[in-house]
Design a protein around this ligand. Structure first.
Ligand SMILES: Cc1cc2nc3c(=O)[nH]c(=O)nc-3n(C[C@H](O)[C@H](O)[C@H](O)COP(=O)(O)OP(=O)(O)OC[C@H]3O[C@@H](n4cnc5c(N)ncnc54)[C@H](O)[C@@H]3O)c2cc1C
Length: 308
């Protein structure tokens, strides 16, 4: 085990990493995903709230590209995604058991180590050493599927900071989840200036017996909340929620997004260095969000196959 050399190590188990693993699994025997969180999914994340579930990251897929549309079709056939009516012109798809079921399905059967942060990657002879704390793993190819600022930090830490990478401006904000008896809530999604996203997960189509809400606070309010201690922050958030009509708020919890999402992006499609077998993909590439994540993963997949 000590000197085992994996065919591919994928850093990050979000939609980019799990989709790449899904594509590669028929071509390579030995793929490993390394994920810093306790579970796979990245920003496709769902948590229990009371007796229900809430998506607190990515809310839905609305494919702008054929590549994502074809993935959605496959997931629809497996009953992992379904179309919902959001009263918008675009097609909208959610996962009835939570958006995190998507990366979990895609990564089925692929070994993954979680709770493991990749600190450094080191090129040694013709392979890579991948450092996770005091543990060193080895691979022929390494693919980073993490937001570009985290890629830049990893490369710098590894003494590999000379690549041309895309630029991406992610917005930072708080998402909160809770149960409440807001009686006048009839729409799946609403918004106000302070709360650009108010979503009733039950109405959205997540299998819940009660109303479970996901609410995003504006970036401006979120910046102010960051300056407050935990108690005052929660009190202030609850007040704003109350003003927006939420009563009897229970099972309240929050998450701060440092890399939420970036809008209107059009970056290079992907990165792959065939001499050292280092790839980078994720939603910092291409048109961003889930479309960008899937397109860039697919491009890296083809680069890997062309450069075996
Ligand atoms: C609140 C919110 C709402 C959104 N809504 C939508 C939407 O409706 N539609 C849409 O298309 N997009 C939406 N997005 C954006 C979408 O979620 C992302 O574009 C997509 O999930 C990015 O996937 P990814 O795999 O590229 O990155 P991530 O999901 O961030 O995956 C990267 C993974 O790498 C891990 N990681 C990071 N550094 C390391 C390291 N050094 N070692 C090991 N692991 C590491 C992280 O823990 C993470 O799991 C939303 C995002 C947020 C936050």
């Amino acid at each position: 085990m000590k000197n085992k050399i994996h065919d591919v190590i994928i850093i990050g188990g979000g939609i980019s990493g799990s989709y790449l693993a899904f594509k590669l699994k028929d071509k390579f025997q030995d793929i490993l995903i390394i994920e810093k969180s306790k579970v796979l999914g990245g920003r496709l994340c769902t948590k229990p709230v009371g007796s229900g579930l809430a998506d607190y990251g990515c809310q839905y897929f609305s494919p702008k590209t054929d590549r994502l549309a074809s993935l959605v079709n496959m997931l629809k056939k497996k009953s992992i995604m379904k179309k919902i009516d959001m009263n918008s012109k675009k097609d909208v798809f959610i996962s009835p058991y939570g958006m995190n079921k998507i990366p979990q399905y895609l990564s089925l059967g692929i070994p993954a180590i979680t709770n493991s942060f990749v600190d450094r990657i080191i090129r040694r002879d013709d392979n890579w050493d991948v450092q996770v704390g005091s543990l060193f793993l080895h691979a022929k190819r390494v693919i980073a599927t993490i937001p570009i600022k985290q890629v830049a930090a990893l490369l710098e830490n590894s003494g590999l900071s000379t690549f041309k990478l895309p630029r991406s401006n992610y917005n930072e904000f708080f998402s909160v989840t809770f149960t409440s008896n807001k009686s006048d809530k009839v729409n799946i999604v609403e918004n106000s200036k302070s709360l650009p996203w108010i979503c009733n997960n039950k109405l959205k189509g997540v299998h819940n017996d009660k109303n479970v809400y996901t609410v995003n606070f504006s970036s401006e309010l979120s910046a102010n909340y960051q300056k407050l201690d935990t108690k005052n922050r929660e009190e202030s958030m609850r007040k704003v929620l109350h003003i927006n009509g939420f009563d009897k708020i229970e099972n309240f919890s929050l998450h701060f997004w440092k890399y939420g999402f970036s809008l209107n992006q059009n970056n290079i499609s992907h990165f792959y260095d065939k001499d050292i077998h280092l790839g980078i993909c994720g939603d910092s590439f291409s048109i961003g969000q889930v479309d960008g994540a899937i397109i860039s993963s697919d491009k890296v997949y083809h680069e890997i196959l062309s450069n075996i």
